[in-house]
Write a protein that binds this ligand. Sequence first.
Ligand code: NOJ
Length: 775
Amino acid sequence: MKRIRRSFVAIGVFMWLMSCGNTSVNESAVEWKSYSGDPAIERKVDSVLSLMTLEEKIGQLNQYSGNFAVTGEVANTRSGEYLKKGMIGSTFNVFGADHVRMLQEQNLKYSRLKIPMLFAADVIHGLETTFPIPLAEACSWDLQLMEKSARIAAEEATASGVAWNFAPMVDISRDPRWGRIMEGAGEDVYLGSLIARARVRGFQGIDSYKDFSKPNTMMACAKHFVGYGAAQAGRDYHTVDISNRSLHETYLPPFKAAVDEGVASFMTAFNELDGVPCTGNKYIFQDILRHQWNFNGMVVTDYTAIQEMVAHGFAKDLKQASKLAMDAGIDMDMISEGFVTYLKELVEEGQVSEKQIDVAVARILEMKFLLGLFDDPYKYCDAEREKEVLMNPQHLQAAREVAQRSIVLLKYDPNVLPLRKEVPKRVALIGPFVKERESLNGEWAIKGDRSKSVTLWEGLQDKYNNTPVKFNYAKGTSLPVIDGATRQVSTAQGFDRSGFAEAVRIARSSDLILVAMGENFNWSGEAASRTDITLPGNQRELLKELKKTGKPIVLILFNGRPLDLSWEAENVDAIVEAWYPGIMAGHAVADVLSGDYNPSARLVVTFPRNVGQIPIFYNMKNTGRPFDENHPADYRSSYIDSPNSPLFPFGFGLSYTTFKYENVKICDTKLRRGETLTVSVDVKNIGNRDGEEVVQLYMRDKVGSVTRPVKELKGFKKIFLKKGETQTVQFTINEELLKMYNIDMEWVAEPGEFDVWVAKNSADESNHLEFELVD
Ligand code: NOJ
């Protein structure tokens, strides 16, 4: 491979003096501390910076999407124009070793100081080997598996030109109306923080802290800072109004976890927070991220987020918005062209100091040095490696395994599932998802070739080939689609009952009905919020017709959010929540249906009974008038038309085997500070097949200086047990685990009594213990 070596160290070192000792927000905003803490890198950054003109510096802060050159010809666009001035620091969502190499060549041709461009992309759940959507994958509760899938995504992306991933999204969300709930790790802070760390580790792939020297390492990006998942009424981009306490207790911790794991970059959120759009928010970027957490990596805005501060009513024009973003400490402007258009003017007018710009440029240059791009701007453009890694058999096998482990069995009757290969059966295969291919990758599969995903039909044919299980297919109905122009559900498709009769006829002549239904892939993801979270179109109506045949029904769901399955849960015999399983979809679902893989996933987000219950999540507060469903009473916190409880709680999921918990005990009833307690349980597989169980530990702080949730996840262990096998699972409780923000927002463990549950899910209270934290 052609290697171009450049070292700017020899050019001369400029002593870039930094202000220090001043703690006020504005002053410290203009202080550069390196992310790596490596003096050699710092010197290199200083030396390049010292040679740059103001325009060149501003260019580094400018980021575009897509191609600025095609087959070497510079496009006649704004990005093409800025390229020729050497004023693009980064480009995103362009792929391919050869293609990115060509774009880099163009950049180097025009960049006076030969500053390499940084290529980024949204590699959310795999590049070409598409894994299940992140929400699904989180349901595996398997951190190593999530790290592995992120690593594979990075292996492919880094061979395909990409050095910076706009992932993971670590936004906590408790609102299934919000389409982007599919991109996160669910509703829980504890689990979400561990998953954030696993994904950062997997994407970045660094062996030792901040060492990006290997060609398969990349920068990860914790997004969207912060509160995006709390959009009012679940409407994407909507206002967020959360208390400072919820910000600290719920929304910030996964970001802090990402910082602790060494994440190299952050992305701003579109929403406002306490009246201030995040992209201009000094409190979150300066006070919290930079000062409290000491984060010294890069911050990029979300798409046009600087420009959007005008519509927010926070800036009168793009120029003012650019100043506000600069003052908040934002380093790179994605798409708005605010920095590239106005920063020079703002400096000349004295509204922005050149030092502020230097800091942002230094952060960007440091990343380019760390990634090795100055030494080899084509480090990530290895066409041979690209050929070897993209969708190689090991990656596809991993995608199948992750998909198996992401599928949640919500309901089943042993008479219908697993569908045994040796028992003769006539099976009706009905529904719009039986042969659906395009949607299986979900909305965010940016480079996943939708024509390559394995359909359910193909997976079942493969699995039951040469068996006495025979399938008969009818689509029954279609998936409704969204009208591109109006962004509303189109009535053109998905409401026609003409296929019902054929589906019912086939169902009648079968022993079992497998129904595959769900949401078209672009019904979740960005800008895809819903007010009705039942199965779209007339799919439930079709189910009702099938129900009349009296044949057992297994419902297999493909969707990107928790759905309202209240009718389905009562009326079908089994529900398999497959989410969007990715490229190996059909095989993975067939593995689960057949029992070749015994399902082990557990929900990471609550399934409500109806939209009226939203937001609903397991770790709610008790209120002063809690409602007891076993002893209903008036004037209590309840609904008159719905239970309070969810349809399927957080942590819930079934297996084809049964696990029994015995000998649940705690070693002491008092915990002294600095000491530990051990909670233990014997978990026994009393069913007829091997399987995996997720043993969950919940706690409640009974009385606090502020009220505490009715329970909080504090630990879990995923274990494999052969049939008949027993394993003792232990959890350690220490003071750290009991910490909370007290009334003065100090992070402390308050003395007092705690409940403990060793549980199969968040609603399981059968194994209860207690202890007291004493001073
Ligand atoms: C907007 C999305 O909110 C963000 O997550 C993504 O990284 C950017 N677009 C770039 O595609």
